[in-house]
Design a protein around this ligand. Structure first.
Ligand code: ADP
Length: 495
């Protein structure tokens, strides 16, 4: 009985420590917005890394007429304000290119899976006519080998994709192909198509690559494999997801990834990016007219990523089970096995959480499979499920606060009262809001229903019932890769 009380005590302590009542979440929202301000003010001004992507234009599936109209409008402003700037021509071709038919390739490297994609754009509305996505796991040895080996593997996989379609797309083979690269590690961008690796994350560790230009290394590997392909866009997965989100729905203002890791990006007014003002040369002044996508790395802030993302959730639950084991002997002699870091992978933790059998059979099976613990009484299995629930709920609610934090920063959370339009239902309120779409992608979000439900519920709770209908979270699939192909199409004429 005493032991049982101690285990229940562990759970109660956990619940208390993981409390995310609404007031606390609102504090996280505020802290997030404040840190974002600080991160934009100066380099190193915040623990939150705010990386500029140099992406200033997002695909939106305009038809040709719209493009020309839009371009001419901008063109006039540019001439009027800044004189004849070479970049006007770039801008013109960016928009025209989006409506051209073509086949674009992209690759998506950034976690457990590696993807190569082919996207066929065309038709009156520059629609995605068809797409092909091939996924495969990254061989573990390549994650810690040399950059040459990794990039050669990537180039080879791409080559196989291109060659498998040579009959269908023969016309492309002797032309230079265009590649968009999604590279989901911290990168210091030098332009929309180049940047140096700051550090590896998510189990990758290839020392010779840190500080080197990712696009250049890849370009090298492509040439070595005889691929006539140019890297036209180098982006983070969040930016790819934002690009596809915006292509599908122009109200998309931010993108969030919740997979192995978690991070986000959003569209910022360029004049709010104080730290880059001094860096602008005259020829770049037109950027002042356009927004800039800012990529946030939340890993560094408030332990955020470690409490939210798929890489860690299973392990947090393992630690709780270990603690329960140390407090009593409910798990027999399994303490040593429970002490092995990352022994419980997140998908298995999720399977325990989602076990709907009346006797929690699945929980029993997984505890046996992973930790060789057998015959766990039902009441203890129930505690295990409760532990999964507490950890997941906290993760989802913190992720929700992060998303609302971004919306707050850009005045889309209702607190700033950005004018434009009213909800259909009307009402007496004076708050005027714009519809804001956040594209969300990642294995944790898309596979884990309970996580997603908790997240949605918390976003609504934080925003309140009046504002919540204006904020739409849209699940995105393969957006990071397809979006990179769209951006490659947009930027293919910018050198
Ligand atoms: P990555 O983020 O590695 O590029 P994904 O977006 O596919 O790739 O996310 C993979 C992550 O999603 C895994 O690390 C895991 O934590 C989580 N995940 C995968 N499958 C499931 C599942 N069935 N339930 C919950 N989480 C899952």
């Amino acid at each position: 009985r005493k032991k049982w009380n101690r285990i229940v005590g562990v759970l109660m302590e956990l619940e208390e420590g993981c409390g995310t009542e609404i007031g606390r979440l609102r504090q996280v929202v505020d802290a997030m917005a404040v840190e974002m301000h600080a991160g934009l003010a100066s380099e190193g001004g915040s623990k939150l890394k705010m990386l500029l992507t140099y992406i200033h234009t997002l695909p939106d599936g305009f038809d040709l007429d719209c493009c020309v109209g839009f371009t001419l409008f901008l063109f006039l402003i540019l001439i009027g304000n800044y004189g004849n700037d070479i970049r006007n021509a770039d801008l013109y071709s960016i928009l025209i290119d989006m409506s051209e038919e073509g086949v674009y390739y992209s690759l998506d490297l950034g976690g457990t899976n590696f993807r190569v994609l082919r996207v066929h754009l065309g038709g009156q509305m520059s629609m995605i006519l068809n797409k092909k996505v091939e996924r495969q796991p990254i061989p573990r040895e390549l994650m810690t080998g040399t950059s040459e080996e990794l990039f050669d593997f990537i180039a080879l996989t791409l080559k196989q994709l291109v060659e498998s379609e040579s009959s269908e797309f023969e016309f492309r083979l002797d032309e230079r192909m265009v590649l968009g690269v999604t590279f989901s590690f911290p990168v210091k961008q030098a332009s929309a198509s180049s940047g140096t690796l700051i550090k590896w994350t998510k189990g990758f560790d290839i020392e010779d690559m840190v500080g080197k230009d990712v696009a250049e290394s890849l370009q090298h590997a492509l040439i070595n494999r005889g691929l006539n392909m140019r890297v036209a866009a180098l982006v983070n997965d969040t930016v790819g997801t934002l690009a596809l989100g915006h292509y599908d729905d122009e109200d998309t203002v931010a993108a969030v990834i919740i997979g192995t890791g978690t991070n986000a990006c959003y569209v910022e007014r360029i004049d709010a990016i104080i730290k880059c003002q001094g860096l602008l040369t005259n020829s770049e002044e037109w950027y002042l007219l356009s927004p800039c996508i800012v990529h946030l790395i939340i890993e560094y802030i408030m332990g955020f990523e470690k409490m939210i993302s798929g890489m860690y959730l299973g392990d947090i639950v393992r630690r709780v089970l270990l603690r329960m084991s140390l407090e009593s002997d409910i798990f027999g002699d399994a303490t040593a096995r429970l002490s092995v870091p990352f022994a419980l992978r997140t998908p298995l933790m999720v399977a325990m959480h989602e076990d709907e059998t009346s006797d929690l059979r699945e929980v029993g099976r997984i505890l046996k499979e992973v930790f060789q613990i057998s015959d766990v009484p039902l009441k203890v299995r129930k505690l295990v499920v409760r532990a999964c629930d507490v950890i997941t709920r906290r993760a989802a609610r913190l992720a929700a606060a992060g998303i609302v934090g971004i919306l707050k920063k850009i005045g889309r959370d209702g607190s700033g009262g950005i004018a434009s339009g009213r909800p259909k239902s009307g009402g007496e309120s004076t708050i005027k809001m714009k519809r804001s779409v956040v594209a969300v992608e990642g294995g944790l979000y898309s596979n884990y229903t309970m996580f997603r439900d908790y997240l949605h519920e918390a976003v609504s709770d934080i925003l309140g019932e009046e504002i919540a209908p204006y904020v739409v979270l849209k699940e995105s699939e393969d957006g990071s890769g397809i979006g990179a192909a769209l951006l490659a199409a947009s930027y293919s004429s910018v050198r």
